[in-house]
Design a protein around this ligand. Structure first.
Ligand code: NAI
Ligand code: MG
Length: 488
């Protein structure tokens, strides 16, 4: 870790185009590198007063310079931002690997290119947001010319999680800005560094002051103040079910628009025709990528009984072979969990799995080294009723369960309060499409797993959340359709 320099970093609140090195109360919080437990930065913890200043700045920009730009000009600034992000790709990779404790190859190969692509994708939408001409009935005998305008909402509050912080920030700010909104971003206190670099690039790109504001700080203070602020028109949140429920209730009370992405307990179903050697790496990656700190992690793995022993053995072998270590060591395949609390939570689920009688196939222990590491852990022979099958663990823990008929597997896959993603492993085309309709999930992958694409709607069913982000759904989620009728 000591070989890696922390890139030049803005360390303040970014409000109305200016950096504030201190919060109004002087309160701060520390940012720690999970893989080494080293101190990375001390940042201002925004107060309700700072949040108010950020919302006012966003509102002023919405009513002012940003609101007056054409879609094409908003798009130009966003393309410029994407270019600067590309220039600084390694800065983002370094900050994210340090801040999240994940191996640098992941943000380099996946997250930062995804975030840049998302900004570019929505830059392209900015001048293509169209209304409709609708053939309505005449009004008291006179023809009517009715059309719609798709208009921005105003100030969008983006509250993000720490697991994939750069992607999450861009998934929220890019569609919001493309549609003409302004944004106040409250990044997770556990991984806020890349949000500050994004703000620095927004400044460098020349966006009008107040278009994007970033308030670093604690959820119950800065996050709660943002959700409660009457000047916020929409909240877009990614994080825990518990906080998401609170935010949803508060938004409903004030009739604020709200998009929630609350994680999951996603199933993988391995059909009897699957080629075990070919699919096992994908199955393992489905719950081990990013230390398992992935909202769409495929943690409940239902396997046709004829393949079960081979899949258990193959997945167990991969889990045991994973190299844990320093994010910047080229050999490292998995990093540390985000903090001691998350590590302890994951360890307590592992104990619960053992106590409830699942068979521990791999891992289960905490490596003896600095950092919040947990060994990749595989359980087998459990049922879908175990706590480790019902609750989101958010760590590198998977459970394999055998099945005898496919209908039973689908029933078990759907027997969860969540519905974010599902993964099917089969070479039977007809079975793949049939099951894709039967599983209750916002996204179904067949024979693969990866990050959501900018062009595809992303979101969950049931308690995985409300609403969709990305693609045109992201534009719809950040606009309202207004009807104009001219009586001819
Ligand atoms: P969290 O839900 O507390 O944090 C997410 C974001 O919400 C952070 O920016 C936080 O500052 C903010 N926040 C917290 N309390 C708030 C409040 N009262 N009002 C407004 N904003 C608030 O998640 P946490 O505690 O970091 O992780 C706990 C569990 O949540 C994890 O173990 C995992 O199971 C789940 N999780 C799910 C994620 C997903 O992708 N859906 C991402 C991160 C965590
Ligand atoms: Mg929390």
């Amino acid at each position: 870790m000591s070989t890696v320099e922390l890139p030049r970093l803005q360390r303040g609140l970014f409000i109305g185009g200016a950096w504030r090195e201190e919060s109004s109360t002087g309160t701060t919080f520390d940012v720690v590198a999970p893989a080494s437990e080293e101190h990375l930065a001390t940042l201002p913890a925004a107060s309700a007063e700072d949040v108010d200043a950020a919302v006012r700045a966003a509102h002023a920009a919405f009513e002012g310079a940003w609101g007056r730009l054409s879609g094409a000009d908003r798009g130009k600034l966003m393309y410029k931002l994407a270019e600067l992000m590309e220039r600084d790709l390694e800065v983002f990779v370094t900050l994210e690997a340090l801040d999240v404790g994940r191996p640098a190859f992941e943000p380099r190969a996946v997250d930062i290119p995804n975030a840049i692509d998302v900004v570019r994708h929505f830059a392209g939408w900015a001048d293509k947001i169209e209304g409709r001409l609708i053939d309505a009935l005449p009004n008291f005998g006179r023809p009517r010319h009715s059309y719609t305008l798709r208009e921005p909402l105003g100030v969008v509050a983006a509250i993000t999680a720490w697991n994939v912080p750069t992607m999450l920030a861009c998934w929220k700010l890019a569609p919001a800005l493309a549609a003409g909104n302004t944004v106040v971003l409250k990044p997770a206190e556990d991984a806020p560094l890349t949000a500050l670099h994004l703000a620095a690039l927004v400044e460098e790109a020349g966006f009008p002051a107040g278009t994007l504001n970033v308030v670093t700080g604690l959820g119950p203070v800065a996050g709660a103040a943002l959700v409660a602020h009457p000047g916020v028109d929409k909240v877009s949140f990614t994080g825990s079910l518990e906080v998401g429920r609170e935010i949803g209730v508060q938004c409903a009370r004030e009739f604020k628009r709200c998009t929630l992405e609350l994680g999951g307990k996603s199933p993988q179903i391995v059909l009897a025709d699957a080629d075990v050697a070919a699919v096992v790496p994908g199955i393992a990656g489905g719950f081990l990528a990013n230390q398992g700190e992935v909202c769409a992690a495929g943690t409940r793995i239902f396997v046709a009984r004829s393949l079960y022993d081979d899949v258990v053995e193959g997945v167990g072998e991969i889990a045991r072979s994973v190299v844990l270590g320093d994010p910047f060591d080229a050999a490292t395949q998995m990093g540390a969990l985000i903090n001691a609390r998350q590590r302890d939570k994951v360890m307590s689920y592992i104990s619960a799995g053992v106590e409830e009688g699942a068979r521990l196939v791999a891992g289960g222990e905490r490596p003896d080294r600095p950092g919040y590491f947990v060994a990749p852990t595989v359980f087998a022979d459990g049922t879908n009723d175990l706590r480790i099958a019902r609750e989101e663990i958010f760590g590198p823990v998977g459970l394999l369960v055998p099945f005898d008929d496919v209908a039973e597997a689908v029933r078990a896959a759907n027997d969860t309060r969540y519905g974010l993603a599902a993964y099917l492993w089969t070479s039977d085309v007809s079975a793949a499409h049939t099951l894709a309709r039967q599983v209750k999930a916002g996204t179904v992958w067949v024979n693969g797993a990866g990050a959501p694409d900018a062009r595809l709607p992303w979101g969950g069913l049931k308690q995985s959340g409300v609403g969709r982000e990305l693609g045109y759904a992201g534009i719809e989620a950040n606009t309202e359709e207004k009807v104009v009728t001219v009586v001819l």
